[in-house]
Design a protein around this ligand. Structure first.
Ligand code: SF4
Length: 294
């Protein structure tokens, strides 16, 4: 893959672009359709600055104390959201502090411990070998969200290691990525007996876990694999056929829904649709699509 996109020197501007895009999307959802010109560019320029090294304090939103308070009336800016906008922003991962890698490791480790002893779904608890938390790059730009562990995953404790997982690996490679570049998790952490679909109650029980995982990893992109993952994350009853082929939004992350690899094993003709979806995702991520005309 193009490893340049993981250089730290490029990661910071990319993160800044994501934060601005997320902020604008939040404002749009709050009903703000037009922004006036901002006469003083420094009202919007600070987020574009890469974070200075060794200054990752817990409260990065604290105003710069050395800047004297300006007096007189101020123009409404992105820094002064309306109450309604503030509510929207409060529901967005945009305003969560960007976590360091050790912080992510620590928080995910604690969450994994909680998951491992969870007994909210009695039928699943009775049948599971172990819980299956998630695996991959804790600073991934892209997370794949599946629905639940299967038999192989239940045995090995890792998501997407069976036949569907092997096909997912091929999809990831076709995108010029590797599993080391991405993070993989499921809606459910326990295998449903007989590989049946998770029921809505189970999905709701497990929602706090996968939401917290995503909040910690803070991906720019989430690829939902299959109907259960897509409808659960996006909280919609729309079919996967209606959801795929375009991008959605979840707490500031851009979401693509496509068919589950297990479905592709049964319906190989749908691989073309998935490849079209992945090309859309690659373009959005700024990854060169193989054999595409530039
Ligand atoms: S599926 Fe999730 S909520 Fe249900 S028992 Fe397993 S960890 Fe707990």
């Amino acid at each position: 893959m193009n490893r340049d996109i993981h250089d730290e020197s490029q990661r910071a501007p990319a993160r800044a672009r994501r934060i601005i895009r997320q902020r604008l999307e939040s404002l749009q959802r709050a009903g703000v359709e037009q922004l006036g010109r901002v006469p003083n560019a420094d009202l919007v320029s600070p987020p574009m600055e890469p974070p200075a090294p060794n200054q990752s304090t817990p409260n990065q939103s604290t105003p710069n104390q050395s800047t004297p308070e300006k007096t007189g009336p101020r123009q409404p800016t992105l820094e002064q959201p309306t109450d309604r906008t503030a509510d929207m922003l409060a529901d967005s991962t945009t305003d969560l502090p960007v976590l360091t890698l050790p912080q992510r490791q620590s928080q995910l480790s604690k969450l994994c411990e909680q998951v491992s002893v969870c007994e909210s779904c009695p039928e699943l608890v009775q049948n599971r070998t172990q819980t299956v938390f998630g695996v991959g790059n804790l600073e991934a730009r892209l997370c794949f969200l599946g629905e639940a562990p299967g038999a192989d995953e239940d045995q090995q404790g890792e998501p997407f290691v069976g036949r569907a997982g092997q096909l997912l690996n091929k999809i990831i490679e076709a995108c010029t990525l590797t599993r080391d570049d991405i993070y993989i998790l499921n809606v459910l952490k326990c295998r449903p007996p007989g590989n049946r679909n998770p029921n809505p109650e189970e999905a709701q029980h497990c929602r706090p876990f996968f939401e917290r995982q995503l909040e910690i990893i803070q991906p720019e992109f989430i690829c939902c694999l299959g109907s259960v993952a897509a409808t659960t994350l996006l909280e919609t009853n729309a079919t996967i056929g209606k959801l795929r082929g375009r991008l959605h939004s979840w707490r500031g992350a851009r979401v693509l829904a496509t068919y589950h690899p297990a479905y592709l094993l049964r319906n190989p003709a749908a691989k073309r649709d998935v490849w079209n979806d992945m090309q859309l995702l690659m373009r959005e991520m700024g990854i060169k699509v193989p054999n595409a005309k530039s």
